[in-house]
Ligand binder design. Structure first.
Ligand SMILES: [Zn+2]
Length: 217
């Protein structure tokens, strides 16, 4: 069964019948599933519909996806204490499992089309819109053959294992930095709370001195 059929199958089911290991969330307009299936093949198909209805569908998808993004970010914040970038978008062409699979999700390479960019096509010059919606498969596939490059620091990577190790380092760096930041914030708050405490004690002591003065005079 091709990926598209699997996706269509899920889309036709009542969300309540989709196993929770597959379904992340659902709304009246869309379902979000964990990424078990590679590449949604329908952007080009969607863009062959009339412009207005394609835009409506994309805007609705974007709205739902933003909600899901927020949920994932909250989960990350809870679990790791920081957020890692999340991108919402489409593949420029159907992507197959190749060793350059990573490139299909690289946020700056061009194969991965951010939904905000796709939505901006609708408000651009008609000639630009018509050019973009062609989604020239060959041109996009070429991008997958580009060298592996870290999406954060743009360092070139020899192969997938090297890239994975490097991305782990990037993650650890952010994690360490964010932990340090949280710790500094906590210490500062602690200091401020104790300063407020000291201050109110000072006032108390001052009053007591005054009080004592009254007695001695
Ligand atoms: Zn890097």
């Amino acid at each position: 069964m091709s990926n598209l059929f699997i996706l269509r199958n899920y889309a036709q089911k009542a969300p309540s019948t989709i196993p929770s290991s597959i379904l992340f969330s659902s709304s009246a307009r869309s379902i979000t599933i964990y990424d078990r299936i590679d590449g949604l093949e329908s952007l080009k198909t969607l863009l062959t519909h009339d412009k207005e209805s394609a835009k409506d569908v994309l805007s609705a998808l974007n709205e739902d996806a933003q909600g899901v993004k927020l949920e994932i970010e909250q989960e990350m914040q809870k679990r790791y204490g920081f957020k890692w970038s999340i991108w919402i978008g489409f593949h420029g062409a159907p992507s197959m499992q190749t060793k350059k699979h990573y490139n299909s999700f690289h946020p700056k390479l061009g194969f991965f089309l951010h939904i905000d960019d796709v939505l901006s096509w609708f408000d651009s010059e008609p000639s630009y819109y018509n050019e973009m919606v062609k989604l020239d498969q060959k041109a996009y596939e070429k991008l997958l053959k580009e060298d592996l490059v870290c999406w954060k620091c743009e360092a070139q990577m020899k192969n997938i294992p090297t890239l994975k190790a490097h991305l782990q380092e990037e993650w650890d760096k952010v994690s360490k930095r964010e932990k340090g930041r949280t710790e500094r914030k906590r210490k500062l708050e602690e200091k401020q709370t104790s300063e407020i405490g000291d201050h109110s004690m000072d006032q108390h002591a001052e009053k007591k001195v005054k009080h004592d003065d009254e007695y001695t005079s």
